[in-house]
Structures are given as C-alpha cells and as structure tokens.
Design a protein around this ligand. Structure first.
Ligand SMILES: *Cc1c(COP(=O)(O)O)cnc(C)c1O
Length: 217
C-alpha cells in the first residue's frame, strides 16, 4: 500500500466513524520542502490538490510542473505578505490564510486586476499564539464582515493550526463552532498527526505533509 492509499483509507475509516461521506473531505497534500521526485510520485498516483506555505518556493516548483499537470490545484497555507498578493493570486487556486483587513483588500485588488476571483479561508489563531499568523478569535467577526461587504472576497471557511503542545480537540471544536456561527461551510484543519480527530470535528480540508512524503529536510 502506498502512503497515499493508506491516508485515503484512513480518511474513509474516519469518515465512517463520524458518519460522514469521504467525498466531503479534501486531501491537501502539503509538498513544502519535499524533494521533487516524491511530489512527482504523488502526481503519478493521481493526487491533484497540493498545499504550499511559501510563495517563492511554490512558484519554482509548480510553474514548470503545471505544464505537465494543468489540472493541479494549489492552496496557499502559509502567511502571505500584502505586497505579494499579486503573485499569490496568479499562482494559487485558494488562499487559506487571509488574516487581516489589509491583506483582504490587497487580495481583492489583485483578483480584480487579474480577473481571477479565488475562494479564500480566514486563518484563525485559535491558540492566541503571539508568533503565529491568523486573526484573533475576537476579531474574526469584524474581519469577516469586512471581507463580505467591503472587499467582497469569497470566504468559504476557516483554517487553523492548533498549538503544537495542545491536544487539538478544543481548537477543532472552536473552529467548527465559529464557522457554524458565521454560516461558513468549509473547515481546513488537521495535519498528519491529528487529521482523524479533525474529521470528527467536521474538517472539510485536511493538510497532510509528512504522513504522505516522509519527514521534511
Ligand atoms: C507544514 C504544514 C502542514 C503539514 O504538516 P504535517 O504535520 O507534515 O502533515 C499542514 N498545514 C500547514 C499550515 C503547514 O504549514
């Protein structure tokens, strides 16, 4: 069994336990810093949805690969600087890390300019970690309101990265509650170590790196 088959089987099993359909959970393969041959192996096995956290690295890898695999979809899962919004909108198919009014405005400007409206997620700093990106829980409502009424971004859901030292359950439950309160259907949460838990709490997008590719160098 390949790692991809194994993860797919585990997603299916977790969905069954949670009384959900596996089709509702998208596997985002996190290819950041992974060697090219491993990424190509996954492509050959049929995986088409990938996540990258750095714009520069993502461009270098995916601009050439997309010539061969035009149906690849890319999610930005790392922090984005406002001045790089244009390049990000040109490359990615979904921005999961909207976390400020300024970034929302810059993304909207870039999308308008390129006539390329992209689905977005708002990243929430559920653990209130000072070093981590994401909007504070108590500022989410204002940011979402701005995205909806001013920036007119297509916000589909919320994304979080729980603090490494915490049990993730409370963070997943909180993100689920926030998404529900605000009428957002999508939830990007769960990584290699905890995606089955995330599926139990309603994840629609799980972001898996090491369990698919092995340890990052
Ligand atoms: C690196 C990364 C992942 C993947 O983590 P693994 O533990 O390797 O599965 C998921 N989400 C984000 C935002 C990341 O930066």
């Amino acid at each position: 069994m390949t790692p991809l088959d194994d993860i797919r089987a585990r997603i299916k099993a977790a969905c069954k336990t949670a009384n959900r359909v596996a089709h509702d959970v998208s596997l985002v393969a996190v290819s950041k810093t992974q060697p090219q041959d491993k990424v190509e192996t996954l492509l050959a096995q049929g995986q088409r949805l990938f996540g990258e956290n750095r714009l520069q690295e993502a461009c270098a890898r995916w601009l050439p690969l997309r010539e061969t695999y035009p149906d690849v979809k890319l999610h930005l899962i790392g922090h984005l600087q406002t001045n790089k919004a244009n390049d990000a909108v040109a490359l990615f198919d979904c921005i999961e890390t909207v976390d400020s009014l300024r970034l929302a405005d810059a993304l909207k400007t870039a999308m308008d300019k390129q006539n390329r409206p992209l689905p977005c997620f708002i990243q929430v700093n559920t653990g209130a970690e000072p070093q981590k990106a994401g909007v504070a829980v108590n500022e989410l409502a204002a940011l979402l309101e701005h995205c909806r009424t001013q920036a007119k971004l297509d916000i589909q859901g919320l994304m979080c990265i729980p603090p490494a030292q915490d049990i993730p359950d409370l963070h997943f439950a909180l993100l689920h509650k926030l998404a529900h309160e605000h009428g957002l259907p999508a939830l990007s949460m769960g990584m290699s170590a905890d995606f089955e838990t995330a599926i139990r709490y309603g994840a629609t997008h799980i972001r898996i790196g090491t369990a698919l590719f092995g340890q990052r160098s």
